[in-house]
Design a protein around this ligand. Structure first.
Ligand code: DX5
Ligand code: ZN
Length: 237
């Protein structure tokens, strides 16, 4: 299970201190949102910032490219120290070559999907990815409300992963708080990207620990329900 604070919600005026907070917090990944002002109506930061913060921590850097032309950014972000790069499935024809390019650069490959896009679109790529990032808000801004209608997408992705014996992470991104993290865990998510909820607590460490406990409890409950269900159906037979 992965807890990934999203740097977008950090105080950019004291980035070094914010990275140090994440480093100490017990988080698994640092999620880095890259916005180009075209694919989404906002601009965040580029490879120079990632390169600058890279020496501050050994955390896994999960780079989320909300960009219309990721092909021009993959090499710079790889060189800057990304560990995983997520491109969007909405880029259509380019998706396969982008995923191969990420792999060719020796990085993990992630595929992100926006709320209005049907989950069936990701199906042909599942064997090529390390992570599926299900957007639970329309990308572009932090601090938005979680879209509950995305929960069935998580269930579907999990079913496909089981059926096909694949191992990619199922991540959720946007509006993930302590309650919606539990809902996503019930549905089968295992990577929880959270900006506002984690960064806006006085103790990021306590917030990461709390989210991890809540997610673990939700997964335990779901697993127990599933095994009770299996038992009662075998009694019925
Ligand atoms: C949204 C970004 C998210 C964002 C999540 O466009 O992709 O990663 O930082 O932030 P919160 O948790 O505040 O919704
Ligand atoms: Zn993101």
């Amino acid at each position: 299970m992965i807890i990934a604070p999203s740097l977008l919600a950090a105080d950019f005026g004291k980035l070094e201190k914010e990275i140090a907070r994440v480093h100490r917090s017990g988080a698994d990944w640092l999620h880095l949102d890259i916005m180009d002002g075209h694919f989404v109506p906002n601009i965040s930061f580029g490879p120079a910032v990632v390169k600058r913060v890279r020496p501050l921590t050994r955390l896994f850097f999960d780079v989320h490219l909300m960009c219309s032309k990721p092909e021009i950014l993959l090499e710079p972000f790889a060189a800057a120290g990304a560990n995983q790069m997520n491109i969007h499935v909405e880029l259509g024809n380019h998706v396969i070559s982008l995923l191969w390019k990420v792999r060719g650069l020796g990085k993990k490959a992630g595929l992100a999907i926006n709320p209005p896009t049907s989950i069936s679109i990701v199906q042909p790529y599942l064997h090529l990815i390390d992570s599926l990032l299900i957007m639970t808000v329309n990308p572009g801004f932090g601090g938005q409300s979680f879209i509950h209608e995305m929960l069935p997408k998580i269930q579907q992705a999990r079913e496909w992963r089981e059926e096909r014996g694949l191992k990619f992470h199922i991540g959720v991104d946007g509006g993930v708080d302590f309650q919606t993290a539990a809902d996503c865990a019930h549905s089968g998510a295992d990577a929880f990207i959270s900006g506002t909820t984690l960064f806006h607590q006085r103790s990021l460490t306590a917030a990461v620990t709390k989210m991890r406990r809540i997610v673990e409890a939700a997964r335990f409950k779901t697993a127990r329900r599933a095994s009770n269900g299996a038992q009662s159906s075998s009694f019925a037979r």
